[in-house]
Every structure is written in C-alpha cells, then in structure tokens.
Design a protein around this ligand. Structure first.
Ligand code: BGC
Length: 692
C-alpha cells in the first residue's frame, strides 16, 4: 500500500506556534472555532441543494489568517458538484481490496481539494449489525476487522492529498429511523471487542478526526459522552486529533465540550454564546476551550505543513478519466456471484437476444439520496451497459408493471436478466421529505414533510412485484439471472430456485452498467465476496426494531451469531463464486514474536485468470470467556492465471487475539490452542491449530 500519514503532532515548533496563536485569541474567538458557521444561510441561498458549496465546520480565524475546515461529505464520492460516483461503500467492502480503497480515497481527496474542501466525511465505519439498517450501503460490512482495514485505507487515501478525514459515526450508529433518540446499550466486551475496534484501527493508522453519532450509548448522547470521548478516545486510545458532532442534533448540552466534543456542527446552536457564558460563569473550565482549539489548530497545521502531492488541484480533476476508470475497476471487483449453475458467463454466440427485465434496469440508481448523494456527470444503467455491449436490437426490455410484456420478452430471448432490489426510497438516510436542516429558520432540525424517504428497510425480501417478475421470467424456461441492487443482505428463499444464477451487484456507481455487462458475458470474472451474512430467515439476525427507544447490542451478530447457534446461512460471510475454481492447500501457521504468521497455497484449477479473496480467521480457546468460533483477522486478493499457484500470507498481531476483561477493564491474551482457518469464505476453510 502506498500513501502516507501526517507527521506526529508533538513537534515543539508546532506546539509553540499553536500556543502563540491561542495567546492572541479572545474567548469568543476561540469558541467561534468550536462550531460550524453559515450553513443554514448557505442552504437557503443554494435552494437547499446539499453540497452546493463547502461547509464551514469549525476552525478558522480571519483576523489571524487561519483557514476554517471546509467540509464535504462522501462516502461514495465527493458529495459536491459533479464528482465521480464510485460503487457504494458496501460494494467496495465486497472487493476486500484495501489497495483499491486507498486509491479511491486518493481520488476523493483530489476531488475534494479541487472543489475547495479540506475536510471529508467519506469514511463511514459503523458496523452492520442488521441488514435492515437504512445506511448499510455507507459502510463496509458486518466484521470489525474488515471495517478497520477498509476504513483506514480510505481515510489514508483522502489524507494523502492533505484533506483531513473524519471517521463516523462514533459510535454504535447502526440503525437509522431512531438515530436521534435510540439509546444503545452495550457492555464492555461488546463495545471493545465488536463495536469500537475498527475506530481505533483507523485512528492508529493516522486518521485525524472523529464525527460523533446522533444516538445515545449507555444512556448519554454520543456528542456529549465523557466515556466515549474522553475515557476511551483520549485516555485509553491516546487520540490527539479533534472530535466534531454530526449535523444539527449532535449535541444538546454545553457540557458536551467538557466531555470532549471539540466542534459542534453545522452551527453554534448549543455552543457559541452559551459556551462563552458557561466559561465566564465557571460552569465550563477555560482549559476545555483551549484544549479543543489546540486539537483543531494542531491538526490543521500538521496538514498545512505537508507538501501537496500534486502541484495544483484544478477543476479538470473532478470526475476525470482516471477516476472514472477507478470507479469501473471497483464496479468490476465488487459484484458477488452468489449462485451459478453454469449459466454464467453468458456466451455472445449463444445469447443473441437478451431480455433485461425490471424497472431498476433502466434507472440511474447509485443509492441513497441523503448526505452521501453524489451527482456524477453520467450513470451507466444496466440496460445502457448491455445495449452498448450487445447492440440496441439484441436487448429487449420490460418491467414489473407489465408482466405479460415481461413474459413475451423472456420468450423471445435466449436468456433473461432480472434486475431487482431497492432505491433511495426503500433504504438510505432517513429523510422526512425535503432535508431543510433549519434553512426554514427552525433551528432545531430538518423541516418535516409527510413523505419520508429512505430509512431502515421494512423488509429483507425483494418487493413482491419483483418476485412476481422473477417468477414470470422463469416460466419462459430460459436461463434466468437475477442481479440484486441493494446496500446489504436480501433474503432469496422465495425465488432462489427460479434463478440459474444470482449476482449481488449493489449500487455499483456511475460505471455499474458497464461492469455488469462485462461480468455477465465473462469479459470480467466475478471476484467480490460477501461482507455480510445472508441468512435463510430474517429471524436468524439479531433483534431489530427501527422505532426502538432502547436496544441492546451484544457480542453476537452476523456470522459469529449464526455459527454460535449452529444455524447455516444461505450465503456465508466471505462467500463469492468465480468462473474458475480455487484449490487450497498447505496451510501453515506459527507464532513468530508478537504475531501469528499464516500462509496458505491457492491454485487456480480452472481455465480463466481470476482474482481470489483469501481470508484468514482465528478461533480462541475460549476457556476464560466465551468467544466467537472464528473471527476474521486477515484477507488478501490474489490474481491467478490458470494452473497458477499463489501463496497468501498473513501476519496477525497477538494483540488482536485478546479479549476485553470487564473485571480489570483491560485486555487479556488467553494462552492455549488457537484454531486457524484459511479459505475462500468463512465456511470453506482449511484449518490447523497453534499453541499461543
Ligand atoms: C449524517 C452524516 C453527514 C452529515 C453532514 C448527517 O445527517 O448523519 O453522515 O456527514 O449529515 O452531511
């Protein structure tokens, strides 16, 4: 991996500079740095177009020549102008390709800079606890290790171009509709072993900022929670960057500053004059304000001192060819082939006519329309991609609004593709009508209209009209391929046997339709792996209530839960087929110093060159405390020609095998026999054991 992290903040000169600046600032100037400014007015002026300009989100002092933080969102591209739209984060999670994610982060860093931003909200690493989560598409998956590696790659990429990356939403923000009110209860083990390690991983990699979540954790709103913001982030993890709130309802009380919140966004609704007064009246210690400003300034100056990798960041870099090619690479690598009886790849000489069914086939559907919305210069839909590849007359199209037309198209074709799934209406950021965010002068939050969009999914199944469409296609007795466009797991039991092949294609970005056509016809071999578990039954997932006031997150969800309960998933975490087969052998593991070293040989035994995502899991002895049967601790992508053998190697720090002991509030490395697993999915692994 290339890329770099900023130099340490502890240089004396830097500290002296920050001290000198603080010495020249009044209390109100310092407090001014602790919030965003001008957001509501900007939204109004811009006709409520989100991302029409960079948003001032803290920092800055004109008198002293200090630049504010100019924010833009992500995570599927820069949420400004006409930027490159990459496949959604969950799709990129399915690539298991940290190097690609780093390069995408670099592209986003460049496009942010080219559009006047120095602060990016593109790194969302909340854990997918339940597939109904409306913003599932904005994160990488259900596994903490994978989240940490992918998030760190994205953040490091963004920071390469001296744009500060923030990781969001800290913490336990894994449901949407209730995000402003829900109290998430989690005990020490669930917090430290499942819901927080990926945040630490990103901070250890040098990510310089943290955005707090809207929800409460163990009774307190995250934006004003001393346990999360001071005891964990600062005292235990030694984080020295700055922490800012999420938008509008991110903090409720001025004591949030003392608890460790450095910036309130997007306006000083709680901080501002209230904070000045609280300091003057002795309710908040003056050092709290100095501390926040020191963190903001130190971080900004560290970045400002570094040389830019590019001489200039001109507008021609936004959605430039290199970035669109990167979006295509990601779309090629993210699709997960769930099932295939040999129907795929389709052959051009046999499939002279293809029926492409479903309204989603013709829709520019890149995902959610909330804060992560990207407006690319174009989107290649599945239908457009296939027509471009096969010619207009070779592609017949009908949708679920007319099943007879769909049946006729299928009957007239040699094969059928049914494009199914969701749009921003069924899943995404929960937006009650138009997101006004106070531009209507009601300063406490979005103005509400009666037709909400997005939010947590109502169902884990496909809409019934789409199921009917698949069944209508199957009546033709032609080979039926189903593509699923969604942000996370979709149950397939109702219609699985009606399809000969199933491809999870996600919201695949502006080049999604190009990649889909190449994948279907074998120009590109599928290589994505599921970053979540697809269960056979919704009841196999943890309890989920999208209107909950309170919910408990424990150690168990996804593959760790199903394995613990002995329930077979429909498609396991890490599953994904190829147009070739891979044979695994020679799994070797040993303890070397402070790590476990694992290697495994992988041979491509088919006749096409393809990538394989090799995964390594570890299971602890679990005598001292119950542990998951196995947990992901490494993954890598190999490209192998026919009959070529590659060796996948993993170095897994012993520290990552520890469990959190609530009695001592510390970590314990259990001694004994650990099980090592390596393979092409969480359920198909070679195994061996080692003594630790
Ligand atoms: C979202 C954040 C986003 C922020 C600013 C909030 O509604 O939760 O993820 O970064 O808006 O756009």
């Amino acid at each position: 991996m290339t890329g770099h992290t900023p130099p340490p903040a502890t240089t004396t000169a830097l500290h002296e500079k920050v001290d000198a600046l603080l010495a020249q600032m009044s209390l109100s100037e310092k407090v001014e740095m602790m919030s965003g400014h001008g957001f509501f007015a900007a939204m109004q002026e811009d006709d409520r177009v989100w991302g029409a300009r960079p948003y001032r989100t803290g920092g800055g002092n004109e008198r002293l020549g200090l630049t504010p933080l100019w924010f833009t969102d992500g995570p599927r591209g820069v949420a400004r102008g006409s930027s490159t739209c990459f496949p959604c984060t969950m799709a990129r999670g399915a690539t298991f390709d940290a190097d690609l994610e780093l390069r995408i982060g670099q592209a986003m860093g460049i496009e942010a800079r080219a559009q006047g931003c120095n602060f990016s909200g593109a790194v969302c690493i909340n854990l997918l606890r339940h597939p109904a989560w409306g913003r599932a598409q904005e994160t990488y998956g259900e596994d903490s290790w994978h989240l940490g590696v992918m998030g760190a790659a994205m953040g490091t990429g963004i920071q390469t171009h001296n744009v500060i990356a923030t990781i969001k939403h800290f913490a336990l923000n894994s449901m949407e509709n209730a995000r402003f009110k829900v109290n998430v209860k989690a005990d020490e083990r669930a917090l430290h072993e499942v819901y927080l390690p990926h945040f630490k991983h990103c901070l250890d990699a040098g990510i310089a900022s943290v955005m707090t979540a809207y929800n409460k954790v163990n009774g307190e709103y995250c934006g004003q929670d001393r346990v999360l913001l001071t005891e964990i982030l600062r005292d235990e993890w030694k984080f020295d960057g700055f922490v800012h709130s999420d938008w509008v309802r991110g903090v409720y009380k001025v004591y949030g500053a003392s608890a460790g919140l450095d910036i309130e966004n997007p306006e000083p609704l709680v901080f501002g004059d209230n904070l000045v007064k609280a300091v003057e009246e002795g309710m908040v210690e003056p050092y709290v304000v100095d501390r926040a400003c020191r963190r903001i300034l130190t971080t900004q100056l560290r970045f400002a001192r570094r040389q830019d990798p590019l001489p200039t960041y001109g507008p021609e870099l936004v959605a430039c060819e290199a970035h669109r090619t990167l979006a295509l690479e990601a779309a090629r690598k993210c699709a997960v082939l769930l099932e295939n009886d040999g129907t795929l790849p389709l052959r051009r000489d046999k499939v002279r006519k293809l029926a492409v069914l479903g309204a989603l086939a013709a829709l520019e559907n890149t995902g959610d329309n909330g804060s992560s919305r990207v407006r690319p210069p174009y989107v290649v839909t599945p239908l457009a991609g296939l027509r471009r590849m096969l010619g207009e007359e070779a592609v017949l199209h009908a949708d679920e609004s007319d099943l007879d037309a769909a049946r006729a198209a299928a009957a007239a074709a040699d094969a059928v593709l049914v494009v199914t799934g969701y749009t921003a209406k069924e899943e995404g950021e929960y937006i009650l009508g138009d997101i006004a965010l106070g531009a209507d002068k009601k300063p406490r939050g979005p103005s509400l209209s009666p037709t909400p969009i997005g939010g947590d999914r109502e169902s884990l199944s496909l809409p019934s009209a789409q199921v009917a469409l698949i069944k209508a296609a199957a009546e033709s007795a032609k080979p039926v391929v189903v593509a699923i466009v969604a942000g996370s797991a979709v149950l397939v039991e109702e219609w699985r046997e009606d399809a000969q092949a199933i491809l999870m294609s996600f919201y695949a970005g502006m080049e999604g339709g190009t990649a889909l056509s190449e994948l279907l016809f074998g120009d590109v071999v599928p290589s994505g792996k599921l970053p979540f578990t697809i269960a056979r039954d919704a009841a196999h997932y943890p309890h989920f209530d999208r209107d909950a006031d309170e919910i408990t997150y424990d150690l168990w969800h996804g593959y760790t839960k199903l394995e613990r309960e002995g329930i077979a998933p429909r498609y396991a975490f890490g599953h994904g087929l190829s147009y070739t087969l891979f044979a695994y052998s020679a799994l070797v593991a040993r303890v070397a110093g402070d790590a476990v070293e694992v290697s495994v040989a992988v041979r491509n035994i088919g006749d096409v060159t393809a990538d394989e995502v090799v995964q390594c899991y570890i299971g602890a002895p679990a005598v001292e405390a119950e542990r998951p049967i196995k947990q992901l601790r490494g993954f890598t992508r190999l490209t192998l020609a026919p009959q070529q053998t590659g060796i996948a190697r993993f170095r897994i720090p012993l520290d990552s095998l520890r469990w959190r002991d609530p009695a001592s509030h510390g970590w314990r490395l259990e001694r004994g026999a650990y099980r090592i697993y390596a393979g092409g999915s969480s359920q198909s692994c070679l195994t061996t054991s080692i003594e630790v």
